[in-house]
Design a protein around this ligand. Sequence first.
Ligand code: VGL
Ligand code: ZN
Length: 198
Amino acid sequence: MIGAKVNPDFDALIVVDMQNDFIDGTLKVPNADSIIPVVNEYIRKFEYVGAPIFFTRDWHPENHISFRENGGLWPRHCVMNTHGAMIHRDIYVPSDNRFFINKGVDPDFDAYSGFQGTVLDSLLRERGIRRVFVCGVATDYCVKNTVIGALNLGYQAFVLIDAIMGVDVKKGDSEIALNYMMSRGAIALTIEYCICIP
Ligand code: VGL
Ligand code: ZN
């Protein structure tokens, strides 16, 4: 595996949807809790070198189109300002140089990408970020779409493959999603190859 040295001048970490409902709530991603320690290691590394960290949050109104009760695919999850939508208590959230990106706020549209209908691109651009490092859940939905969104906007994208987990509604979905990200130019990375020295 090719290593990457994180440079705070042009690198950012994106932590996708590490929220209660996806970890131990209404839309549990199987084994999502198992990635928490590695996600935290990435967060601490990026914090250590002074690189910005973006936490995306699924942030739906009660009448959101993606909920079964409203004709959608999913059980009710991540209703804005409720416990289910909070970042899980075991995730380390630095107090500085970190940002929350809420998505899926419009009742009539779903947003699997952290870039869709948000200020993420402008916040990254403002800071001169050119490369994003993406971890979190779910590999086959919001991680995939966030990575593809980044690539489409011209960012280089690293997928932190030891810190993602998928739902696999159909067996193999996560593997297919990862292969697709790589085929579009994303680069797979693990913690020991993610070099963070000042
Ligand atoms: C997600 C299903 C519905 C995700 C969000 O974060 O991957 N999945 N809403
Ligand atoms: Zn959602």
